[in-house]
Design a protein around this ligand. Structure first.
Ligand code: SAM
Ligand code: SF4
Ligand code: SF4
Length: 393
């Protein structure tokens, strides 16, 4: 890609506001941006709008292990089930932006469970094995246990996970477990109510979240903890967090503060590099690198040498991992994003609602996913290495 083109792309991406890993993305959930930046009348636009087959040469072939031009398979689908959240973490949905006047999606714009099931079934034909329900806050949606049951029981998905801020977990853990949920990720940035309250933007205590984690674990749900680390905000708690969660047998994954959107006051000074986190924890409890548990695992694993558990490091800023990226994201309004930083989505829900049958949907997906060229974080790292400013591409 030429630099000029990259700049155009950069501008588009800056509008987006996406996470690399878990499933937020206000831009893509926001008021419909129906592919406004695709050139009018191009084949690309037709595909994005899912025009009838006559105008879309659906030459893709369904394959149990589709590969993109970088030979990356697609294994992992993040489904955002709502764009709403009951927290206002300043690094994700700052309250000055996501306030009373913010236009969240309305119900008819959201995918129904039946629509989600049809879309996921199409993804299964491409080789997707894991689905993670996320959002906004997925537990705000009342039918999430039903959705989990559908994915597990009706579609037989081997791995269904959910990522939550934990506020509603104590109450909902039994229903999620009964529905067949395989794993849960809970976000905990601090064990201190003052810091936690600042980091969730609304002053909520972490105690209730911790009770939710205990409730899920007591039901036998494997729990992982996600912690976004920001220098000068919560990095003084690294050791306390490790101590607390390893005593309870939960893997803690530290996430580098990412430059999502334009509104989260990102600055490289606030990023604590994964390498530094490992050094700081390792100086208290020696660590050793462990290989990935499976190909394409997002977190780099480190085991405590004393044998009491492990931590994970998600280093999307300082050590990007696009070359092994196996994931895609579906927004709450049914758009497929082949990179979690992409601002253009492929309107799968529009296809369904326009009458596409399962075979047409699968061919469409196959075509989109086999052409996937995204490598946002790698490009950002290359720009940084070239000394191009703060390199938010
Ligand atoms: N609301 C749920 C939660 O907080 O777990 C699910 C969605 S949230 C967007 C998913 C994850 O993305 C959380 O672990 C959150 O901490 C992380 N995240 C959000 N903004 C981030 C940022 N700017 N940098 C790094 N991680 C971020
Ligand atoms: Fe974003 Fe925080 Fe809400 Fe999760 S809990 S979606 S990180 S604002
Ligand atoms: Fe993240 Fe890179 Fe995958 Fe995009 S291609 S989602 S930036 S790892």
């Amino acid at each position: 890609m030429r630099l000029g083109e990259r700049a155009v792309l950069a501008g588009k991406r800056r509008e987006a506001g996406k996470d690399e890993l878990f499933g937020f993305g206000r831009g893509k959930h926001g008021p419909a941006k129906l592919n406004g930046d695709a050139a009018e009348g191009t084949e690309e636009m037709n595909i994005r709008l899912c025009l009838p087959a006559a105008s879309v040469p659906l030459s893709g072939i369904m394959s149990p292990s589709i590969r993109d031009p970088f030979a990356r398979p697609l294994r992992d689908l993040r489904i955002s089930v709502t764009d709403r959240c009951n927290f206002r973490c300043p690094y994700c949905m700052p309250k000055e932006v996501f306030g009373a006047g913010y236009a969240f999606l309305r119900d008819p714009q959201l995918m129904t469970p039946v629509e989600i099931k049809r879309i996921v079934r199409a993804f299964l034909t491409l080789g997707v094995e894991k689905v993670c329900l996320t959002a906004g806050e997925p537990l705000l949606r009342a039918d999430v246990p039903h959705l989990v049951r559908t994915l597990k029981m009706d579609l037989g998905l081997p791995d269904v996970a959910l990522t939550t801020n934990g506020w509603l977990l104590e109450k909902l853990a039994p229903a999620l477990r009964a529905a067949g949920l395989d794993r849960i990720n809970v976000s905990v940035d601090s064990l201190d109510d003052g810091t936690a309250g600042r980091m969730n933007g609304l002053g909520f205590s972490v105690t209730r979240v911790l009770r939710g984690i205990d409730a899920a674990a007591a039901l036998g749900l494997p729990v992982k903890i996600n912690c976004v680390v920001q220098r000068g905000v919560n990095d003084h708690e690294l050791i306390a967090l490790c101590e607390y969660f390893r005593a309870r047998g939960h893997t803690l994954r530290f996430i580098e503060f990412m430059d999502v959107g334009n509104t989260n006051h990102w600055s490289s000074d606030r990023v604590v590099p994964a390498r530094e986190i490992v050094e700081r924890i390792g100086s208290v409890w020696p660590l050793e690198a462990a290989g990935p548990a499976y190909r394409g695992e997002v977190a780099a694993r480190y085991k405590y040498r004393d044998g009491r558990g492990e931590i994970g490091l998600i280093s999307s800023v300082t050590e990007p991992f696009c070359r092994d990226c196996h994931r895609a994201r579906l927004s709450a309004d049914g758009r497929l994003y082949t990179c979690l930083f992409a601002s253009l989505g492929w309107d799968l829900l529009g296809c369904l609602r326009a009458g596409a049958d399962d075979a047409a949907l699968a061919r469409y997906l196959s075509r989109v996913c086999s052409g996937r060229l995204d490598r946002y974080s790698d490009e950002r790292a290359e720009l940084l290495a070239a000394g191009e400013g703060r390199a938010k591409v």
